[in-house]
Design a protein around this ligand. Sequence first.
Ligand code: AMP
Length: 217
Amino acid sequence: MRRLILLGAPGAGKGTQAQLLEKLYLIPQISTGDILRTAKQACTPLGLAAKPYMDKGLLVPDELIIGLIRERLQQEDMHQGWILDGFPRTTVQAEALDSLLNEIQQDLEGVILIDVPEAVLFDRLVGRRTCPLCKKVVHIAFNPPSPDCANPECPKQWLQREDDKPEVVPTRLQRYRAETEPLIGYYQAQGKLHTLNGDQSPDTVQKQLIALMDPPV
Ligand code: AMP
């Protein structure tokens, strides 16, 4: 499997797993959340349009995201495959992806749902911190940052995302349930859905993901 979607709630571990797969298989991770955060920091028109939604934990309007994916999927580095992380998040986005893939004659090979109980997600999100330089993600309780980061330039400054604050997280989880969870049925109906238990160590989840990517012949 080289053209896939990682599906799951905020905090399920999609980003962590997508980064590991990207290194292992040399296929790009497309994280719409990362693209939007970079655009927001740089105050581009996309970033400025997305900011009010992101800060409140709401989904950015479909047309902004679909335009962004349409452009990204047609870039040169996408030919060997891609890992979509955080897209699609609504049925409208999933339908737009189907028709775009049809148009550019590419196949979605599988959708992997990383399933984590809702009670676990809140604690994962509010404790999450990111290095602004290397983008490494840690958790203040479950995976505390090591003082000896290999990068000599590391500012050792672990930042909390605005939308990981405890007052915003419930809205994000609620939007996931209302708008993104229906995609489980959407991809099940297409026969493309695989489900992994995400309430395990990142290493264990990674091994199970690799087994799905490279099934025994
Ligand atoms: P993430 O890093 O994937 O949790 O995304 C952070 C935020 O970016 C989300 O809470 C949304 O506001 C926005 N976002 C990212 N991907 C999408 C998407 N596919 N559709 C709508 N909004 C998105």
